[in-house]
Design a protein around this ligand. Structure first.
Ligand code: PBG
Length: 335
């Protein structure tokens, strides 16, 4: 029988919605804290836990305070955390040299977390934007062009450094062409055969990254958009080309970003390429919900669980979200 022949009253679709037990049994996808990745910002100083103005309830932690992050991740069964650095302005340069400093914030955070033998994985971004004084992810020529291949050779070095300090996943978020293959070759050469590569393959040029840029201190530095490397918001097929190339080059996981307006992309990548597919509920998406809830416009827990469930329904295996530590509470409160 074709679905078009379904007829009332033989078929009353409300029958499977009438009570929680039957809704549970007929539910097609699931959300749990096992699906979540928690992005965490680190900064210099001691005993710092600074709230980010444009991201209520998201903090920059000094390294000595990372034990709080460790405990929270453990308590909520979060499987992976992603570390992002708030690099002091004086360490930012045109070529982002601090990215390759073994004593930089990310390497020291890795040392600290790894010494505690965390039960969760640690992921680090591969890109130059937290370290460049112009806020771009790649190297810039004198006439303001992003230098793809020159950037790749720095990203390769950055990836090896992060792997040496114990990053379980390196996550290139820079959108340069060809970097996945180069990073994979070099990881193999250095015997880092188990280091995972998560490629931000379908990363769109979005207006939703602004709070993140505040969080890592790059918004004031950034004078132009990222449209020559991040994807055109009007395109869908191109995300399949990006993701396929990256898988061929050695990526283990594909990230789609932002998330909620890009569910069609998550769906296509999962269905056409059948690879591990993660989605990023980015900073702007987080803050819109937070501020909306603070104003009493929406109910926070309902909206958060709804949006994260929609990622799962669309086909995401995991979701990176600033809400990660709050989700277990929300799940308990929701019927
Ligand atoms: C930069 C990077 C960005 C995010 C993660 N890595 C911002 C950008 O591309 O400008 C955004 C994350 C968020 O908005 O939550 N390599």
């Amino acid at each position: 029988m074709s679905i078009l022949e379904l007829e009332y009253p033989k078929n009353r679709l409300r029958r499977t919605r009438q009570a929680k037990w039957i809704r549970n049994l007929t539910q097609e996808s699931m959300l749990s804290t096992n699906d979540l990745v928690w992005p965490v910002f680190v900064c210099e100083g001691s005993n710092v836990k600074d709230e980010i103005e444009s991201m209520p309830n998201v903090y920059r932690y000094s390294i000595d305070n990372l034990s709080e992050v460790y405990d929270t991740a453990d308590k909520h069964n979060i499987n992976l955390i992603a570390i992002f650095p708030f690099t002091p302005q004086k360490l930012k340069t045109k070529s982002g040299d601090e990215a390759l400093n073994p004593n930089n914030l990310v390497c020291r955070s890795l040392e600290k977390l790894k010494s505690q033998k965390p039960s969760f994985g640690i992921m680090c971004d591969v890109a130059l934007d937290p370290y460049t004084d112009h806020g771009h992810d790649g190297l810039l020529s004198d006439d303001g062009k992003i230098l793809n291949d020159e950037t790749n050779s720095v990203l390769v070095k950055q990836s090896i450094l992060l792997a040496q300090y114990g990053a379980d996943i390196v996550a290139p978020s820079d959108m340069m062409d060809g970097r996945i293959g180069m990073i994979r070759d070099e990881l193999e050469k250095h015997q880092f055969v188990d280091t995972l590569i998560l490629s931000y393959a379908a990363k769109y040029s979005s207006g939703m990254y602004s709070p993140f840029r505040d969080a890592v201190g790059s918004s004031k530095n950034l004078k132009t958009d990222k449209k020559t490397y991040q994807m055109n918001i009007f395109n869908s097929d191109e995300s399949i080309r990006e993701a396929s190339m990256d898988i061929r080059e050695g990526a283990d996981i594909i990230m789609v970003k932002p998330g909620i307006s890009y569910l069609d992309i998550i769906y296509r990548i999962k269905n056409e390429l059948k690879c591990p597919t993660f989605a990023y509920q980015v900073s702007g998406e987080y803050s819109l919900i937070k501020f909306g809830a603070k104003q009493g416009v929406i109910d926070e827990k309902t909206t958060v669980i709804e949006q994260l469930s929609c990622f799962k329904r669309a086909g995401a295996d995991a979701i990176i979200t600033y809400y990660a530590p709050e989700v277990s509470e929300f799940l308990k409160l929701i019927d």
